[in-house]
Design a protein around this ligand. Structure first.
Ligand code: SAM
Length: 83
């Protein structure tokens, strides 16, 4: 993999700066990523009141979906090493 491609792919591993914001936008809007996140959230069988931690939540598609399922009595935390 050449250096430019490695840098671009790296923006999805640890988004930074303007390019990182673009990577975040792509993750938030790409239909395949939205579908995948929805599929994963569905597999979790979450119920109201459940507590969840997602590591590497990126733009937060799954965090939003999980929050709807666990409701106000539940709790969803996210941890991501990208600002
Ligand atoms: C490819 S993105 C996927 C984001 C999200 N899960 C989604 O499907 O839209 C990977 C995310 O995981 C985060 N990440 C990768 N390794 C991590 C680590 N060791 N600790 C915390 N966050 C991490 C990145 O910063 C990035 O936001």
């Amino acid at each position: 993999m050449n250096a430019a491609l490695r840098w671009a792919v790296g923006q999805f591993h640890r988004p930074r700066g303007v390019a990182g914001n673009v990577a975040g936008w792509v993750m938030a809007h790409r239909s395949s990523n939205r579908t995948r996140n929805g599929w994963v959230v569905g597999l979790l069988d979450l119920r109201p009141g459940d507590r969840v931690l997602e590591i590497g939540y990126g733009p937060g598609l799954a965090v939003a979906g999980m929050s709807r399922l666990v409701g106000p009595s539940g709790h969803v935390d996210g941890l991501d090493h990208s600002a």
